[in-house]
Design a protein around this ligand. Structure first.
Ligand code: MN
Length: 191
């Protein structure tokens, strides 16, 4: 069964100026779509023909892993945003953040530092470990924490294609701006 690019729950112009329409046209419309297309070209005839995206991420290597993880990561990233989202975590995630980081602002600081200092292309993640505690991890390239038995809660794409049109080389400004469009109603349910 072919993989598909999921339709976004918001308009391409609705996250501006944090993420411009032009960036979404390229990042979602071209890059994300290309990972879907590549995966659909690579999978037929392999052991992964009937596998879920998550199974492929946990077991595959090389091009199949890279494209499957990039499809999953981008869907997870794009589906964390909303033009009028809830600005603070809710429910059990609030307690977990307070326990681990002291406060929500302190968590934001540590997450932003991880995203900003990740060398090269990759993803910064907030994850839930099997014991329920949280961690912030950096993954290079298509890296995905599902491979290590962790549950992704939040991610930040720091590949240059995610921010270069809007922020050029200023990755810290991009990372800082994202807090205004993240929807913690959605994110909190992942914990
Ligand atoms: Mn990307």
């Amino acid at each position: 069964m072919a993989f598909e690019l999921p339709k976004l729950p918001y308009g391409l112009d609705s996250l501006a100026p944090i993420i411009s329409k032009q960036t979404l046209e390229f990042h979602y419309g071209k890059h994300h779509q290309a990972y879907v297309n590549n995966l659909n070209t690579l999978v037929p005839g392999t052991a992964f023909e009937n596998s879920s995206l998550e199974d492929i991420i946990k077991k595959a290597d090389g091009g199949i892993f890279n494209n499957a993880a990039q499809v999953w990561n981008h869907t997870f990233y794009f589906f964390s945003f909303s033009p009028k989202g809830v600005k603070e975590p809710k429910g059990a995630l609030v307690d977990a953040i307070h326990k681990q980081y002291g406060s929500f602002p302190e968590f934001k600081e540590q997450f932003a530092t991880a995203a900003t200092t990740l060398f090269g292309s990759g993803w910064a993640w907030l994850v839930k470990k099997q014991d329920g505690t949280l961690d912030i991890v950096k993954e290079s390239n298509a890296g995905n924490p599902l491979r290590n038995g962790l549950t992704p809660i939040l991610t930040c794409d720091v590949w240059e294609h995610a921010y270069y049109l809007d922020y050029q080389n200023k990755r810290p400004d991009y990372v800082k701006s994202l807090w205004d469009i993240l929807d913690w109603e959605i994110i909190s349910k992942r914990y």
